[in-house]
Design a protein around this ligand. Structure first.
Ligand SMILES: *[C@@H]1O[C@H](CO)[C@@H](O)[C@H](O)[C@H]1NC(C)=O
Ligand SMILES: *[C@@H]1O[C@H](CO)[C@@H](O)[C@H](O)[C@H]1NC(C)=O
Ligand SMILES: *[C@@H]1O[C@H](CO)[C@@H](O)[C@H](O)[C@H]1NC(C)=O
Ligand SMILES: *[C@@H]1O[C@H](CO)[C@@H](O)[C@H](O)[C@H]1NC(C)=O
Ligand SMILES: *[C@@H]1O[C@H](CO)[C@@H](O)[C@H](O)[C@H]1NC(C)=O
Ligand SMILES: *[C@@H]1O[C@H](CO)[C@@H](O)[C@H](O)[C@H]1NC(C)=O
Ligand SMILES: *[C@@H]1O[C@H](CO)[C@@H](O)[C@H](O)[C@H]1NC(C)=O
Ligand SMILES: *[C@@H]1O[C@H](CO)[C@@H](O)[C@H](O)[C@H]1NC(C)=O
Length: 624
């Protein structure tokens, strides 16, 4: 891609009399934009006529290919003035501009015509003094917008209805304004994070926003509906008699959660016909975050011919392979190492919710033959048709590497896919490192064990980067919760190479590789995005801290990337080593080296970030 652009530029240079000095450069447009502020003294020293915004590193400017301005990040610079003086037209000449942040300045007046920047992906103007009503159709032409932050201003009037149409919107922050009136039906699939808190909103909260829970609606006393556990009266206003106290509401949520879980389980066990009421209660077992669930047990499957033994239906399904699959009713076994089983076995099995993430939810089940498996449910996996999906999952299932956990079977239906993998008793690295709210000590994770884990992860990644070398993201979802540990602490990578299967843009973004800086800022991905994820895992293992990078809002956890960057610059890297291992050996030097590798892998500029091969080579050199 970049190469193609470069080639184009070269031919352009050869075949036209291209003279950069004659064309109006982006510097001119930016200076025009700067003129619009009353006080922009913070920019004076770098924003100078005749210099290049990219090559001369103007403050707050980031560029694509060191050539064209892609981000304008003017945060907390004391910029002041009226929005009506702002020259958005000048900005509209910056064709590659995707990211604008004017957060925490002192700009007042109505919202500027940002809607002329139709390619914008992120707009952050929180923490100013913008005010007035935003026209209802304001966002009509801003379909590329993914993140919109208008918080902490003085916007009033209704929330613009045109927000409903932004099909790529991931984050919407409107908190701490003076918005009033009802909330439009902003519930598009892409949305992950919304905040309407502390406004003056009124009326019933649209039901399709229930997945966000009550918190985003705090501080709006006149909102009502089941989401905030406040019944609406006939006028769509909160019933004057607040029937439920807060603790009541809490209980309701728990109950609702259980109900939803049960529903999910019912769906999982697919069109089961109710013939009798026979429930088995399943309790906690080994794992963290075990939720008690009730699921209908066994023997009620339309497909089950005459019941039969455990193995019977499974064997049949395997033999029939995709032809049974045409009806979408059975498991297709892609890896026979743990035996052969069918959907029947899965339905007979006791199941336990392990958790849910951006991609779907996971359950543990024990098969009739004693094998414990993990079943992951995915929506939005419709990129490939059935045959291509089959081929792809079989390819994943054929992988044999000591550090990779291949899928055993899949179940294909249009609406959802199940992937079945072996259950690994020690659980995930997240669990071992951070336990359940700190209740578990990770003392068993000594330095030699941590080194073994890092080396194993690196080897697994090396294998994937060879095997899927032509993929944009050979792994795509490396994080500690996707690293399982065998009984002797050999790490096993799961959830790899899913990028090729997932269709919905929002779901794709649940892959952790999308958290690397080049993806967040420029939507760029490459195998080096996996390197960034590897770096986060290394820093997590070495510091014992839970990386804030794993959280959507980055609130909580430790920003390990920033931490190591600072420690490197201040030459105090050894202070980051997890106290649990720092005493146990005389290997501080080696531990420091590992932290430096973590730092090199999380370098924010992906051009400067080391390659996977080099990272692995460096890791292999570290000794106990
Ligand atoms: C930049 O400099 C050129 C000549 O060097 C001048 O014509 C132009 O007006 C200047 N622009 C600004 C914004 O000062
Ligand atoms: C990229 O930058 C070059 C030089 O700064 C400029 O001539 C060109 O018009 C820019 N391209 C776009 C698409 O803005
Ligand atoms: C302009 O902003 C700077 C901070 O960037 C501040 O120090 C200065 O006092 C401001 N000047 C005026 C006139 O407001
Ligand atoms: C803007 O200011 C708020 C409140 O002071 C702060 O929480 C936030 O981190 C600031 N934003 C940035 C990008 O610095
Ligand atoms: C609503 O509940 C609050 C506290 O829970 C109570 O102080 C108030 O009197 C209640 N209002 C009505 C109308 O019942
Ligand atoms: C609502 O509360 C008021 C006093 O707060 C009370 O007089 C009235 O009977 C209550 N209405 C109902 C339906 O409970
Ligand atoms: C429920 O299932 C158990 C064994 O799975 C069986 O023994 C029992 O008879 C069943 N109960 C009813 C009411 O069918
Ligand atoms: C670690 O070392 C410090 C000082 O060197 C000592 O006070 C502490 O007891 C040691 N902790 C362990 C677990 O050995």
């Amino acid at each position: 891609m970049a190469a193609a652009v470069r080639l184009l530029l070269i031919s352009f240079l050869i075949f036209s009399h291209y003279t950069p000095s004659l064309s109006v450069g982006e510097d001119v447009y930016l200076l025009e934009f700067k003129e619009g502020f009353q006080n922009s003294s913070a920019l004076d020293s770098t924003w100078r006529n005749g210099t290049h915004p990219c090559r001369d590193k103007w403050r707050g400017i980031e560029c694509e290919d060191n050539n064209n301005v892609s981000s304008l990040i003017l945060v907390g610079l004391g910029l002041s003035g009226s929005s009506q003086q702002m020259d958005i037209e000048a900005l509209s000449n910056l064709e590659r501009l995707r990211f604008v942040s004017l957060e925490n300045n002192s700009i007042s007046g109505p919202i500027p015509e940002f809607n002329r920047l139709t390619s914008l992906r992120s707009l952050f103007i929180s923490g100013n003094q913008f005010s007035g009503v935003i026209p209802d159709n304001f966002f009509d032409n801003m379909g590329s917008l993914k993140k919109l932050d208008l918080a902490r201003n003085k916007f009033s009037g209704k929330i613009p209805v045109s927000l409903e149409k932004l099909g790529n919107l991931v984050q919407l922050s409107l908190e701490n304004n003076e918005f009033s009136g009802p909330i439009p039906s902003i519930g598009q699939q892409s949305l992950v994070e919304v905040d309407f808190s502390n406004n003056k909103l009124q009326g019933r909260i649209p039901q399709l926003m229930s997945r966000f829970g009550p918190k985003p609606f705090d501080g709006n006393p006149d909102l009502c509906g089941p989401i905030v556990s406040k019944p609406c009266n006939a006028n769509g206003l909160p019933d004057a008699n607040n029937s439920s106290s807060d603790s009541d509401a809490g209980t309701k949520w728990v109950i609702l959660g259980i109900v939803v879980t049960v529903l999910l389980m019912t769906i999982l066990f697919n069109k089961a016909k109710k013939r009798e009421e026979n429930f088995s209660v399943l309790g906690k077992e080994s794992s963290n975050k075990v939720v008690q669930v009730r699921i209908p047990s066994s023997n009620r499957r339309s497909m089950s011919r005459k019941g039969g033994s455990y193995k019977d239906p499974g064997t049949r399904s395997l033999r029939r392979g995709t032809s049974t699959g045409k009806h979408g009713n059975d498991l297709v076994v892609v890896n026979e190492e743990k035996g052969i089983f069918g959907l029947q076995d899965l339905m007979k099995a006791a199941a336990e919710v392990l958790g849910s993430g951006g991609l779907g939810s996971a359950y543990k089940a024990i098969m009739g033959n004693g094998a414990s498996v993990v079943v992951k449910r995915f929506r939005d996996m419709n990129k490939l048709n059935r045959d291509a999906f089959d081929a792809e999952v079989r390819r994943l299932g054929r992988i044999r590497h000591r550090n990779i956990l291949p899928p055993l079977a899949y179940h294909y239906r249009k609406e959802e896919k199940l992937l079945v993998t072996e259950f690994v008793p020690k659980g995930s690295l997240t669990f071992l490192l951070h336990g359940d709210r700190g209740s578990t000590s990770h003392a068993e994770l000594t330095w030699p064990i941590r080194l073994k884990i890092i080396k194993g992860v690196a080897r697994g990644m090396g294998f994937l980067h060879t095997e899927f070398a032509n993929y944009e993201l050979p792994h795509g979802n490396l994080k500690s919760s996707n690293i399982l540990l065998s009984s002797n602490y050999e790490p096993l990578l799961t959830d790899y190479a899913l990028y090729a299967l997932i269709s919905n843009t929002h779901s794709v973004q649940a892959l952790f590789s999308y958290k690397c800086p080049e993806a967040v800022l420029y939507q760029q991905l490459s195998p080096k995005s996996d390197v960034y994820c590897l770096g986060v895992v290394i820093l997590e293992i070495m510091t014992g801290k839970f990386p804030s990078q794993y959280l959507n809002n980055q609130k909580g956890g430790t920003d390990v990337v920033q931490w190591i960057r600072q420690a490197v610059s201040e030459d105090r890297v050894s202070e980051l080593i997890d106290p649990e291992i720092v005493n146990t050996s005389s290997s501080i030097g080696q531990m420091e080296k590992m932290l430096f590798i973590g730092a090199a892998c999380t370098e924010s500029d992906h051009d400067k970030r080391i390659e996977m091969r080099e990272a692995i080579r460096n890791i292999e050199e570290i000794q106990v």
